[in-house]
Design a protein around this ligand. Structure first.
Ligand code: HMG
Ligand code: MG
Length: 302
């Protein structure tokens, strides 16, 4: 069966914009996030408190977060932010963030490229971050990248993925997001990973899925995950996205494509597709190129 409701974890402002070559003005990012909230998205990843040299595009986090913070306080929009270490956590907590995400890797190559650490060194780096965040009642998401394939290492063995998931759970993460960072997964692989996690007593309701759409499989993969009981799906408005430290990563599953499918399945998302599409068309104008989302293109050429 399929769930009746799906929570969309919108990552366009973070995963999408972290990858842009042109500098997007802070005010434009703030307007983007406000428009996403107005379109009905209730979880909007706002930015990252990472090293500014590693991700220059999000170096304005201190300026941006205060411009959107009231969406959380008044409007009830969840505004998670990425933090890799205690320095990042301090920066986020100082600004009043109440939801954070750490981001681990299932492979050594990507841990090195993205975090300058081995897999286990990165987990050790996250441990005090999660503990301190939990002590302050913050909600903690644990991302796991390269759950299916890795650009340097090829296909990633399931036990390797399960081991790091378990470590993130044991550390105290409230929810995990299974990342197909380079978009190589196919539906059978998704089902196999979810089954392997269930066998390790990692329950499906605490799992989200994070598909990049490189090979056009993101929607099929999402449907497989929904059929397995997943109810949290990451997507980015207009299909923005990628990771600067993973060659061959393209945009995330487009939120519009996801909403189109879910609406057709009779699954409630609370998102106004017209408002969302208008937002992505506007953002594409700001970035100077059209959205790769098929749904955005179809609806905006009507
Ligand atoms: P490092 O070079 O090993 O840093 O980078 P360090 O710990 O050695 O510290 C060096 C200096 O950086 C120190 O300053 C720190 O204070 C400073 P110094 O004492 O030398 O003056 N520093 C910081 N400054 C500001 N904010 C911070 C911070 N941390 C250290 N948070 C580090 C290690 C983790 C910092 C670096 O590798 C990094 O920032 N990586 C982030 C990369 C990133 O953001 N990638 C994209 C997000 S992941 C993704 O997109 C995948 C996902 O979408 C899921 C999927 O698709 O799979 C989530
Ligand atoms: Mg990603």
């Amino acid at each position: 069966g399929l769930p009746r409701k799906v929570r969309i974890h919108e990552v366009g402002a973070r995963d999408g914009l972290q990858n842009e070559k042109a500098t997007v003005p802070t005010e434009t990012k703030a307007e983007f996030i406000h428009r996403l909230a107005a379109a009905g998205l209730t979880t909007i990843e706002a930015t990252s408190f990472v090293h500014p040299k590693w991700v220059p595009q999000l170096a304005d986090a201190e300026h941006l977060f205060p411009l959107v913070r009231e969406l959380g306080a008044q409007g009830g929009t969840a505004l998670p932010v990425l933090v890799p270490n205690e320095r990042g956590l301090d920066r986020a907590l100082d600004l009043g963030a109440t939801r954070i995400a750490v981001f681990a890797s299932a492979t050594e190559s990507f841990a090195k490229a993205n975090l300058n650490r081995t897999v286990d060194e990165a987990l050790a780096m996250f441990e005090p971050v999660v503990a301190r965040a939990k002590a302050q009642d913050a909600h903690v998401r644990g991302y796991l990248s390269m759950c299916f394939g890795d650009p340097w290492e090829g296909p990633v063995p399931l036990p390797q993925v399960v081991r790091v998931c378990r470590a993130l759970r044991d550390m105290g993460c409230d929810e995990l997001s299974l990342g197909d960072t380079i978009g190589v997964a196919t539906p059978g692989h998704v089902t196999a990973l979810l089954t392997a996690l269930n066998e390790e007593n990692i329950p499906t309701p605490s799992l989200g899925v994070h598909f990049h759409d490189t090979y056009g499989q993101a929607l099929s993969n999402t449907l497989a995950a929904l059929q397995h009981g997943v109810t949290t799906v990451d997507a980015s408005a207009g299909g923005l996205g990628g990771c600067p430290y993973a060659k061959s990563a393209t945009g995330n599953l487009a939120t519009e494509d996801l909403v189109w499918m879910l609406t057709g399945l009779g699954i409630d998302t609370g998102v106004d597709l017209g408002l969302l599409t208008a937002t992505s068309v506007w953002m594409a104008g700001q970035l100077g190129r059209p959205s790769p989302s098929r749904t955005v293109r179809a609806l905006s050429h009507k």
